[in-house]
Ligand binder design. Structure first.
Ligand SMILES: Nc1ncnc2c1ncn2[C@@H]1O[C@H](COP(=O)(O)OP(=O)(O)OP(=O)(O)O)[C@@H](O)[C@H]1O
Ligand SMILES: [Mg+2]
Length: 320
């Protein structure tokens, strides 16, 4: 199967001093596949996602790499082509819905504007929008259509944003921690809703989170990032049942599990280094229980077998 999205050797740097923030990242998403990207704060998850859509902040730049969407290199696409891909073929939902919603415009008008901006040929725009709002669990779509964003709770605004992102039936949905600010019950409802819509539409998805627990029931495959690099990839089963990288095992151990005493949660001591501070070593070595001399003198390459890959000299569960 050809890949829908293919990222090859992506590196993002600070333009001014060339400090590297995302380092040689590669991964792909197949048509209909849902992929989770996890890792602690600062690991480069958001910058990787923004690179796909050409939305990096000023002062940052893509130093090298390729980003192919349906075969075409997005890094060589014109601004106009990128604009037409954004929203229509690749949609993004953000952590804070207010970054995407205009506070002084009624929700219905905003959704209509999305359709208009892509010259979407729908004879009955309003019905299409009302159906979209109903599909994300908004009980009174007509009322929502005539409301302003501030008239809604955080969870409802997030639903509106999801409706907006699905309006043009994108092939790929990129979600950057869209449920982090919501309480656990609402978070669960939103995750269930997204999972349902994804299946119904056979849509591909890239779901970014620092919380491995969030992606367990949501994605097919997981990519673990650490200090700007990919350190492990695998199917959800492989990652949850047999993590190979000690960092992934640490993330799993720090998940609150049913019946587990919250006081005695294992977590990973220390903090990640900045990507540019890591020279030719394993970035995780200073925090790693398994680390030996070589980990602080050489950098482990990401090596793959069939469905998984790991960058570690002493992967867990593998006989040395
Ligand atoms: N505009 C910028 N200028 C300089 N450094 C930046 C800029 N944006 C991000 N960074 C740095 O790049 C690194 C990666 O940032 P990124 O936002 O991708 O992390 P993340 O994995 O999404 O983290 P979080 O879980 O906190 O969202 C961080 O060290 C961050 O401080
Ligand atoms: Mg982020």
């Amino acid at each position: 199967m050809t890949n829908l999205l293919e990222i090859k050797n992506l590196s993002v740097v600070i333009s001014e001093d060339k400090r590297v923030l995302v380092n040689d990242v590669s991964f792909e998403i197949k048509p209909g596949e849902a992929v989770g990207v996890v890792g602690e704060s600062g690991s480069g998850k958001t910058l990787s996602a923004l690179s796909i859509l050409g939305l990096l902040a000023r002062g940052l730049k893509i130093e090298s790499g390729e980003i192919r969407f349906k075969g075409a290199d997005l890094l060589k696409s014109s601004a106009e082509d990128l604009r037409s891909i954004r929203g229509k073929e690749i949609a993004m939902i953000y952590q804070d819905p207010m970054t995407a919603l205009n506070p002084v415009m009624k929700i219905g008008e905003q959704l209509q504007e999305v359709l208009d901006s892509h010259q979407h040929q729908i004879t009955d725009q309003k019905t299409h929008i009302l159906n979209g709002l109903a599909a994300v669990g908004i009980a009174d779509p007509n009322r929502a259509f005539d409301s302003y964003p501030h008239e809604f709770s955080g969870g409802m605004r997030q639903r509106v944003m999801i409706a907006m992102s699905l309006l043009l039936s994108p092939e790929l949905l990129i979600a950057d921690e869209p449920t982090t600010a919501l309480d656990v019950t609402i978070q669960r409802q939103i995750l269930a809703l997204v999972a349902k819509e994804r299946k119904r539409r056979n849509m591909s998805m890239l779901w970014i989170t620092h919380d491995l627990g969030v992606v367990a029931n949501l994605v097919d495959r997981v990519i673990v990032m650490y200090a700007g690099r990919v350190v492990e990839t695998g199917t959800v089963d492989e990652i949850f049942k047999a993590p190979k990288h000690p960092y992934t095992a640490g993330l799993l151990a720090s998940l609150p599990a049913a019946g587990r005493d919250r006081e005695r949660l294992e977590s990973i001591p220390g903090v990640p280094p900045k990507p540019w501070q890591v020279l030719n070593t394993c970035a995780f070595a200073p925090r790693c229980k398994e680390a030996r001399d070589i980990c602080s003198s050489h950098r482990p390459e990401l090596t793959s077998n069939e469905s998984s890959s790991v960058a570690c000299f002493f992967p867990l569960g593998v006989k040395q």
